[in-house]
Structure formats: structure tokens, C-alpha cells
Design a protein around this ligand. Structure first.
Ligand SMILES: Nc1ncnc2c1ncn2[C@@H]1O[C@H](COP(=O)(O)OP(=O)(O)OP(=O)(O)O)[C@@H](O)[C@H]1O
Length: 603
């Protein structure tokens, strides 16, 4: 499989190179010009594929970045800088980066329609400035010259294809990197991204910077194609259309960007031949974008899903073994042996020096090291509502501790306060180090991981990509065996979008634990799970400190799970601790019985 994948990729690229060469050689000159326009649009759409497709931010100023690229190219041409378009093109991309970072700054606080307005305003401003000042060389009638080797349109078309391919390869590599995973996680949830230890501002700014670079490249290519550009070529309205096409075609994938570029040119050409005003093309793209948004996927994603399913249904049992198990039964068969190996008692990383041999299924050992988590006097207020009122809490290293309380008791507010997701008073220390002044992502890196009540697992990642992203380290088969098959029935290559909610919840728990923090704070991990899954989770959680050296703070409504997994419990009511200690004692406490109105705990 390791050899097959690069081989497949090489074959696809060789076929595309052959196709591009064939088109350049065989198409009539006019069609070569149109194909060139399609590829240049494709490069622009790739830039949108980063910021909007992957990172999920609305950007309506891509033509402004392209204009900066074209302006830079025209200026380098006027100055006669050696290297020609070979050098000017990357320089044009770089020139757009500072503006990308600048426009990324509002994105740190704004989302959705507000970000759309800001980016469109930026595009309009750039347009006004360019219209007032005109592009370098235009007044002197100085055209952007193409260097030898690119002079003919057929050659220049191949150059554009080369730039498109380079961008596609670069983005493919980024996609497989931590940065790419961060962008796709960002699209799903900023809070979950921060909880995985990734700084949201850095992820957003990097997406805008990379996107501006690519859009700048497309501007340079356009300058080389048209020889003389004017502000009208970068009309802000075109940024809107480009956004619609990117959504419609699914520009986060190279093939989507190419399809979008080709569609843009083809629809315009058909309308021109039919004598229909060009504005109708915008209606077509807007309708396509609405369809893609309603359906939840663009053309490239739909295409990939269809191909994956077709491939999956046609594969023989042997191929299934090679390409990875798909069904939960197959997953259990494949990962079961590794799981039993992983479940075998072994010295934990944090308690490796603990004396004495490990007995089979020994009880958890609270107090075997420094306290993993110490919370003192934490208060959370929402206006006049005091949600958490001076809570003290300790999770010993090597322990699974529970935090329970009736609805509205303040559990989630306390979790948010401890993990840095809401403003709070009080102190929080992890492994003896204070973390209460750190932002959420730095608390995560300091050893304080959390999960969420709502499903926030990024649908755009595969199981392996997600676990690697959250764990912040390369994962071995043994690491995956810890969680797949034994806890979450999924294969490493399964797209998260195709998993049920219960499996996603378990994966989120698995990711938080695989990160190897001092303490993993799990916010209602059993919500939505079946009885069998909940039992499995309880047994798994109970063994986590011993096997992985991770202490657990479990927030749960399912008191059976708390009894099964925890050796100490804290009960909150109206934002205050009303009882703490071993589950049997705590659940017999009259104050706790009163808080819960008796029934379940009395049973
Ligand atoms: N953003 C908010 N603004 C105002 N009040 C809030 C906010 N979030 C929570 N509260 C209030 O704070 C109190 C504690 O809520 P919180 O969600 O922390 O409780 P909980 O124990 O987690 O409840 P549940 O078990 O239902 O999730 C409740 O009275 C709730 O209405």
C-alpha cells in the first residue's frame, strides 16, 4: 500500500501532464486562450479553497489579492527586473501575503456575514485605489512581456498548468500536515481547535496568508496572459462570483478548483455564443452554490464520495484487507489483537516509578504522584447569574474523578473555566504549575485536555488524521490499537463524516487521552451512547490512568457510569460543591439525595 499510493499519484499526474500537453498542441488558438483562462481561474479558486473551503472563513476579496499580484508583476515589468515571469510570479504571490495577513486580522474576531462585509469592503477599497492610480506601465502603453520560452500562448498555457500543479502539490502536502488538519478543524469548531492545543489566531492568519499568496500568483498569471491589466479585470463583484463558484465546485480539492475554473469559462462562452447577457452566468453559479450549501458538499466532494463508494463496493475481500477494514466487525477483527496487547497492564509514563508489580486489573491509584489538577476558588458569572461559586476540586494523578450535579448545577461552566474557555476568577494548576493565566490552547499544551458535550469532531478529517491532530504526535499502530476496535469501532482511514455520532464522541475521548495530558476533562462523553457502549467506555476509562498515565475528570449525568469508572466524586449544586468523596459515600449523602430528588441515587 505504501508503494501503491505514490504510484497511483504519479500515474494521475503523468496522465494530466500528457493531457495538458495534448491540449496545448492540438486545440485551436482561441480554445488554448480559453483553457488558459480556465487554469488561471483554477489557481484563484485554489486560493479560495484554502480560506473558505478548508478553513471555513468567508473571503470576498480574493480578486483584490489577485490585483496586488498583477500590480506587482506590472511594476516589476516596468522596472525591468530580470527573471521575467519565472521570478515575477512568485514575487507577486509574496507581495499579496502582507495584505492577506492584514485582512486576516479582523477574521480573528469576526465570522460569517460580518467577515464577508469586511472582506468585501477591503476589495472595494483596493478597487477604488487601483482605479484612481492605474496599473504600472498602462499610461505608457508598456505591456507585461513574456520571457523566451513562454512567448507563445501554447507555451504560456503550459506554464499556467505548471503553476496550478505546483500549487496543488503544495496544498496536498499542507493538507496532510498538522497545519492542514488545523484549518479543517477550524472550519468545524474554533473551540475544539483550541482544545487540541492549536492557536486559533495562528491557524486563521496562516490560512489567509497562504490564500493571498495563491491569489497573488493568479494575478501575475493574468497579467502575463493579458499583457496589460486594468482595475476592471479585478472588479470586486468578481470576488463574489469566485466565492460562489468555489463553493459550488468544492475548490478545497484541486479537481474542484479546475472544474470551477473550466465551468466559469465554459458558461460564459456558451452564453456569449447564444447572445445571452453574461450576468446570467452569475445566476447559474449562485444557484449552484445554494445547491452545494444545502447538500453540504460541492462537486469535488460529491465526486470523491461517489468514487470512494464505487471503489469500496467493487473491492474484493483481499483488497479490503490491503486498504483497511471498513465495517465495525472487520475493525474489531483487525484491531482486536492489538487492542488486547495494548490493554495488557504496563508501566504508565507518568507513574512508571511507582513501586510494586502491576496486578491484573489493579484498582486505580489515587495520590501516586503530584496532583494532576488543583482548582481553587473558581467563580464564573454571567451577568447577574453566578454559575460557579468558589469551587475547589482536586484530581490526583492516576485517578478517575467524577463531577456530577443536576441540570444547571454549573458543571459545564466549571469545565469551561478550568480549561480556559470562559472568563473566571480563581486558580487552576496542572501538575503543580499554574495555568489560569494561559489561553485555552496553551492550557491544552500544558497538559489539560477536554472534550465537549456537543459533537465538535471535524468531519473533514479521517480517523487517523483526527487522532494525530489532537494527540499532536505521530501515532503508532499500538496507539491506534488502544482506541480503535476496543473503544471506537472505526478504521484508521474512515472519513469522520461517515461515522455515527456515538463513534465520534468516543473518538473525541480517545483523542483527548492519546494526547497524553496530565488530566483529560471529559464533558458528558456517554451522552447519546447505547448501554453496551457506555459499559465499554466505563471499563476503558477506569484503565486509562494505569495504562496511559492520564488522570481523568469525568462529568456525567449517567451515575452508573460514574460509579463504574470513578473512585472519587464531587457533587455540584447551584454552583457550589455540596459533597465530595468515594461514590458510595457521596451518593448516600442526604444533601446529594435532595439535590437529585432521590430516585436514581437512592436505587
Ligand atoms: N452563557 C450563559 N449566559 C447566562 N447564563 C448561563 C450561560 N451558560 C450557563 N448559564 C447558566 O449558568 C448556570 C449553570 O449552567 P451550566 O450549563 O454550567 O450547568 P450544567 O451543570 O452544565 O448543566 P447541564 O447538566 O444541563 O449541562 C445555569 O443556571 C445556566 O442557566
Amino acid at each position: 500500500m505504501r508503494l501503491a499510493e505514490p504510484f497511483r499519484v504519479a500515474v494521475v499526474w503523468a496522465a494530466l501532464a500528457l493531457l495538458a500537453y495534448g491540449l496545448a498542441a492540438l486545440l485551436p488558438a482561441y480554445w488554448v486562450f480559453l483553457a488558459m483562462s480556465a487554469v488561471i481561474s483554477g489557481v484563484l479558486l485554489q486560493s479560495l479553497g484554502v480560506v473558505a473551503g478548508q478553513a471555513g472563513m468567508v473571503s470576498l476579496c480574493q480578486m483584490a489579492f489577485a490585483a496586488i499580484g498583477a500590480w506587482t508583476t506590472a511594476q516589476l515589468n516596468v522596472w525591468g527586473v530580470p527573471g521575467g515571469l519565472w521570478l515575477w510570479t512568485p514575487l507577486a504571490g509574496l507581495a499579496a501575503v502582507p495584505l492577506g495577513l492584514l485582512i486576516g486580522l479582523p477574521a480573528l474576531r469576526l465570522r460569517g456575514v460580518h467577515l464577508a462585509i469586511v472582506t468585501l469592503g477591503f476589495a472595494a477599497t483596493v478597487d477604488v485605489v487601483l482605479a484612481a492610480t492605474s496599473f504600472p506601465g498602462v499610461n505608457q502603453g508598456l505591456a507585461v512581456g513574456r520571457p523566451a520560452g513562454l512567448a507563445a500562448d501554447r507555451q504560456y498555457f503550459l506554464f499556467c498548468v505548471g503553476v496550478f500543479a505546483l500549487v496543488a502539490v503544495m496544498l496536498g502536502r499542507v493538507r496532510r500536515s498538522r497545519l492542514g488538519a488545523a484549518w479543517r478543524a477550524l472550519r468545524e469548531s474554533e473551540r475544539a481547535t483550541a482544545a487540541a492545543g492549536t492557536g486559533v489566531p495562528g491557524a486563521k492568519l496562516s490560512a489567509f496568508a497562504v490564500s493571498a499568496f495563491i491569489a497573488g500568483l493568479s494575478g501575475a498569471l493574468l497579467a502575463g496572459q493579458l499583457a496589460m491589466v486594468v482595475s476592471r479585470n479585478f472588479d470586486p463583484g468578481q470576488s463574489l462570483v469566485a466565492y460562489a463558484v468555489a463553493v459550488f465546485a468544492g475548490a478545497q480539492y484541486a479537481e474542484g478548483a479546475l472544474i470551477g475554473g473550466a465551468l466559469g469559462v465554459a458558461v460564459a462562452e456558451v452564453l456569449r455564443r447564444l447572445g445571452i447577457p453574461q450576468q446570467w452566468a452569475n445566476v447559474v453559479f449562485a444557484a449552484g452554490a445554494i445547491q452545494a450549501l444545502t447538500q453540504g458538499s460541492g462537486m469535488s466532494e460529491s465526486l470523491r464520495t461517489v468514487l470512494r463508494r464505487a471503489w469500496g463496493s467493487r473491492t474484493s475481500e483481499a483488497l479490503r484487507r490491503v486498504w483497511g477494514p471498513r465495517t465495525s466487525e472487520a475493525v474489531r477483527r483487525a484491531w482486536g489483537p492489538r487492542m488486547s496487547e495494548a490493554l495488557r497492564p504496563r508501566p504508565s509514563r507518568r507513574t512508571a516509578s511507582a513501586p510494586g508489580p502491576a496486578a491484573p486489573n489493579p484498582p486505580n491509584l489515587p495520590g501516586t504522584g503530584p496532583e494532576a489538577l488543583i482548582v481553587r476558588g473558581v467563580c464564573v458569572r454571567y451577568g447577574r447569574v453566578v454559575a460557579v461559586d468558589g469551587v475547589d476540586l482536586t484530581v490526583p494523578a492516576g485517578a478517575v474523578a467524577g463531577l456530577v450535579g443536576p441540570n444547571g448545577a454549573g458543571k459545564s461552566s466549571l469545565v469551561d473555566a478550568i480549561t480556559g474557555f470562559t472568563a473566571a476568577r480563581g486558580s487552576v494548576a496542572v501538575n503543580g504549575e499554574p495555568v489560569d493565566r494561559l489561553p485555552a490552547h496553551r492550557r491544552a499544551r500544558a497538559g489539560l485536555r477536554r472534550t465537549f458535550q456537543q459533537d465538535r469532531v471535524p468531519a473533514g478529517l479521517s480517523v487517523r488524521e483526527y487522532l494525530r491532530f489532537v494527540a499532536r504526535r505521530p501515532l503508532t499502530d499500538a496507539d491506534l490499537g488502544e482506541v480503535l476496535g476496543g473503544l471506537a469501532a472505526a478504521g484508521p482511514g474512515d472519513p469522520i463524516a461517515e461515522l455515527d455520532v456515538g463513534t465520534r464522541r468516543l473518538l473525541e475521548v480517545a483523542g483527548a487521552v492519546l494526547a497524553g495530558p496530565a488530566v483529560a476533562v471529559l464533558d458528558e462523553p456517554a451522552a447519546g451512547l447505547g448501554h453496551a457502549e457506555t459499559e465499554l467506555l466505563g471499563a476503558w476509562l477506569r484503565s486509562v490512568p494505569r495504562r496511559l498515565g492520564v488522570a481523568v475528570l469525568l462529568i456525567e449525568h449517567d451515575l452508573d457510569l460514574v460509579r463504574a469508572a470513578c473512585e472519587q466524586v464531587t457533587v455540584l449544586d447551584f454552583g457550589r460543591v455540596i459533597a465530595a468523596g468515594p461514590p458510595a459515600e457521596v451518593f448516600a449523602d442526604p444533601r446529594v439525595l435532595r439535590a437529585y430528588l432521590g430516585e436514581e441515587v437512592a436505587a
